[in-house]
Design a protein around this ligand. Structure first.
Ligand code: TYD
Length: 219
């Protein structure tokens, strides 16, 4: 593996980043629970694993969270830029994804560029969002926790706050958009879709089977 230079994002054509695992899904799909369970299980198996998420808790990620909460208004194409700027910092900034992977750590990431393609792609347009995100390297394994929007809605109804995207009609469109994006993945990304309506432990078991079939446990 030839690692991208620090501060750059481009991998060799036709390559994914080994040891990089991404989770995606609509709001309420359970990616946060599943990323935690996977990192615990990897750690128990003796793998050095790091859990991270987007938006990050870095300065630009915090701005993204304000936008999501509706406290900072921003037009759709600015929002797309903010998520992409947060991602640039997350991937190539200090203690970012690339430096962790380079040191041999497995990185499990709750949401990544596919969230931008699915969410911002709907209101800022796929062309702009692809332009901003295509340069970010692909993960080795992409786990899509699939959930009907109605079930997501039932889960979100139990939370006391909602972000700007958390309404059922938008989430239905997000789910459809994910399906389209995931059909177009390059062949070097392994996609595993799990049924997010199943109990968390059962979903976690399916994810573990997928991880076992990668090089991550053999590294
Ligand atoms: P989520 O990951 O569910 O975190 P939490 O529930 O802890 O706040 O929510 C993040 C939201 O951000 C989710 O609605 C998807 C959205 N998002 C985007 O719209 N674009 C992106 O690029 C990313 C990373 C997230």
């Amino acid at each position: 593996m030839k690692w991208p230079q620090k501060g750059r994002f481009v991998t060799e054509p036709g390559q994914a980043l080994p040891g990089f695992i991404v989770f995606e899904g609509i709001d309420g799909a359970g990616t946060t629970t599943q990323t935690r369970l996977l990192v615990d299980r990897l750690t128990d198996a003796g793998v050095t694993a790091h859990l991270t998420n987007e938006p990050t808790n870095r300065p630009i990620g915090l701005l993204a969270r304000e936008i999501l909460a509706g406290t900072v208004p921003a037009p759709p194409d600015s929002v797309a830029h903010v998520f992409a700027a947060d991602r640039a910092d997350h991937v190539a900034g200090s203690d970012g994804i690339l430096s962790l992977l380079e040191s041999g750590t497995t990185v499990v990431c709750d949401r990544y560029k596919y969230s931008s393609l699915a969410y911002q792609g709907l209101d800022a347009g796929l062309e702009l969002v692809s332009l901003l995100n295509d340069r970010f390297p692909d993960p080795e394994l992409l786990i899509f926790v699939d959930l009907p929007a109605e079930v997501g809605e039932e889960r979100l109804a139990q939370r006391d706050r909602r972000d700007i995207y958390e309404n059922m009609s938008f989430q239905e469109r997000v789910r459809r958009r994910y399906t389209e994006i995931l059909e177009e993945l390059p062949p070097w990304v392994t996609l595993v879709t799990v049924d997010g309506t199943r109990p968390a432990q059962e979903v976690s078991e399916k994810i573990w089977e997928a991880v076992e079939s990668t090089s991550i446990l053999r590294a």
